[in-house]
Design a protein around this ligand. Structure first.
Ligand SMILES: [Zn+2]
Ligand SMILES: [Zn+2]
Length: 337
């Protein structure tokens, strides 16, 4: 019997790397040998216990790997294939799924949150979650999942080429949003708190960056030559960032919200009505995985400058500590060693 290692969350801040038998795929499932997995704010909130989950749980929803076993009835992916895993699958049968809104399905299953995920040498997922990976380094494709979130947000905002947009929050999602907007020919203002990350936003193509606060409003007017930018994409998920995004768009503009604010969010709706603003939520992704992979494979979006920390699976507690380090953007686990 082959044994594989998995990082098992036993309770808040309690992670144990355990050895267990190799996974066996059920009908319609595949087993993926994980090559690299990314850690994000959601994992962090699960790790601290802020976000309740059922224990024990193997976290990890951003990962790529190689299919090593396929269950009955699987076609389209086969052992030996390198894949990016789309870590959400819907029920497929409800009204929301039937109308194409599978990201909104109330019966949606999130890999690494509702069921075991990719902080392990092996993960078992439905075959339909696997996208054959294009020829590009693992490190580059590792950001497919967060990039798919951003691609959807930008599609929702639908900025015209030559228009202006502000990205509020310059963590992983924000730094990806800057690049997706630039690839679409949009002029971009990056807004955040960390000087270091604002510098990175600039290096990744932002035309202008500004510290959150008064300075950003002036920057939005100067970049657009108007009353503000046409579009703001909020990626921080804080009440303050939401209000800030609303302040930066001009009358008739659009605000796309991707962060999930976990606190009540006071917002001056006078401004929303008076300026006829459109506020759009954007929840994970529907069909954005292929475009995200394409953007990474062609190099239109660069992942490497965002990957600040790498740890082997055995050092996963250190990875969670590193997530909060001032110089951290994306912390990853490397399992291909
Ligand atoms: Zn995530
Ligand atoms: Zn459904």
């Amino acid at each position: 019997m082959t044994l594989v290692r998995a990082a098992v969350l036993l309770g808040p801040r309690s992670l144990a790397v355990q050895t267990r038998p190799s996974l066996v795929p059920g009908p319609g499932e595949v087993v993926v040998r994980v090559r690299a997995a990314g850690l994000c704010g959601t994992d962090y909130r699960i790790w601290t216990g802020d976000r309740p989950v059922g224990y024990p749980l193997v976290m990890g929803h951003e990962f790529i790997g190689e299919v090593v076993a396929a269950g009955e009835g699987v076609d389209g992916v086969a052992p030996g294939q390198r894949v990016a895993v789309e870590p959400n699958y819907s029920c497929g049968g409800c009204a929301l799924c039937r109308e194409g809104n599978r990201n909104l399905c109330l019966g949606r299953t999130a890999v690494g949150i509702d069921v075991d995920g990719g902080f392990a040498e092996e993960a078992r997922v439905p075959a339909r979650c696997c996208w054959p990976a294009p020829a590009a380094p693992d490190d580059q494709l590792l950001l497919t999942e967060p990039l798919a979130v951003v691609v959807r947000a930008v599609r929702r905002g639908a900025p015209a080429r030559g228009e202006t947009a502000a990205v509020v929050g310059v963590g992983t999602l924000g730094l990806l949003a800057v690049q997706v907007l630039k690839a679409r020919g949009v002029r971009v203002l990056g807004v955040g708190r960390s000087r270091r990350r604002l510098d990175l936003a600039r290096a990744l193509g932002a035309d202008l960056v500004a510290a959150a606060g008064g300075e950003a409003g002036e920057a939005a007017r100067s970049l657009s030559g108007r009353e503000g930018v046409a579009l703001a994409i909020e990626t921080a998920g804080t009440a303050e960032a939401v209000a800030h995004a609303v302040d930066l768009v001009r009358p008739g503009g659009c605000v796309v919200l991707t962060g999930l604010p976990h606190e009540p969010t006071p917002l001056g709706f006078f401004r929303v009505v008076r300026r006829e603003l459109r506020l759009l939520g954007s929840m994970i992704y529907q069909d954005e995985f292929p475009e995200a992979m394409e953007l990474l494979a062609t190099g239109a979006v660069r992942a490497e400058p965002l990957l600040t920390h790498r740890f082997p699976l055995d050092r996963i507690p250190d990875a969670f500590q590193a997530h909060r380090a001032p110089d951290a953007v994306k912390v990853a686990l490397s399992l291909d060693g």
